[in-house]
Design a protein around this ligand. Structure first.
Ligand SMILES: C[S@@+](CC[C@H](N)C(=O)[O-])C[C@H]1O[C@@H](n2cnc3c(N)ncnc32)[C@H](O)[C@@H]1O
Length: 201
């Protein structure tokens, strides 16, 4: 799917419901980043802004990027509802560049094709200050056959091995496939996510 079709699909998806996902911060983001000293952060592919708003509540200065104007508008509303400021930017995650370096780059379910994944991971490395954190949580390739929900194609899914390889030169503190329990009408289901946390030397 080309970028403009993908953008339209996401805008349609976000227009169709109140909030397409939960407005609660991702459980792995909360678990691993709650105690990180706040600084400047980029949330790439922010969607409706749940993680960006949580980071802002924690004291982070957040730039939240997405190509969906509808998602961003909902993010702005979420930030306003929580009395926090987030700089929401409408842009393609694969070509956008920040003005300067930051302390945290978050990629939360930014499911891109292999070229897109390689591009954002390689860009994100250059955006981090020494000691900065790159946090990747995404639908894992094994989720397509063995897990709940997520994209139906492995093409846009991550693997731990590929993600770690793309972050060559960074210190890797977490690199694993994690279970995420999803409550459904048919009971709890398990989704399989790639989780990689890396530090800029
Ligand atoms: C599954 S949602 C995740 C949203 C959010 N990070 C979260 O965890 O709730 C994926 C988001 O990536 C965005 N996205 C996908 N491809 C993009 C691209 N090339 N540039 C910018 N945003 C993109 C979509 O618009 C969508 O908001």
């Amino acid at each position: 799917m080309d970028t403009s079709s993908a953008r339209k699909a996401w805008n349609d998806r976000y227009s169709a419901s109140d909030y397409a996902w939960t407005i609660k911060v991702n459980q792995f983001v909360e678990r691993h980043l709650a105690d990180l000293e706040p600084g400047e952060a980029i949330d790439l592919g922010t969607g409706e802004g749940r993680n960006a708003v949580w980071l802002a509540q924690k004291g982070w200065k957040v730039t939240a990027v997405d190509f969906s104007s509808v998602g961003l508008e909902k993010g702005r509303q979420l930030a306003q509802d929580h009395n926090v400021t987030v700089d929401f930017v409408e842009a393609d995650a694969t070509t956008w560049q920040p003005d300067g370096t930051v302390d945290l780059v978050l990629l939360s379910y930014l499911q891109l094709d292999p070229v897109g994944r390689a591009t954002v991971l390689s860009n994100a490395k250059t955006w981090l200050r020494p000691g900065g954190t790159l946090f990747v949580i995404a639908h894992d390739q094994t989720n397509v056959a063995d897990g709940h929900g997520g994209p139906p194609s492995t093409e846009v899914c991550y693997s731990v091995e590929e993600t770690v390889a793309a972050l060559d030169g960074m210190g890797i503190s977490v690199a694993e496939v994690v279970d995420r329990v999803v409550a459904t009408d048919a009971g709890d289901q398990v989704a399989l996510d790639t989780l990689v946390i890396a530090t800029q030397p």
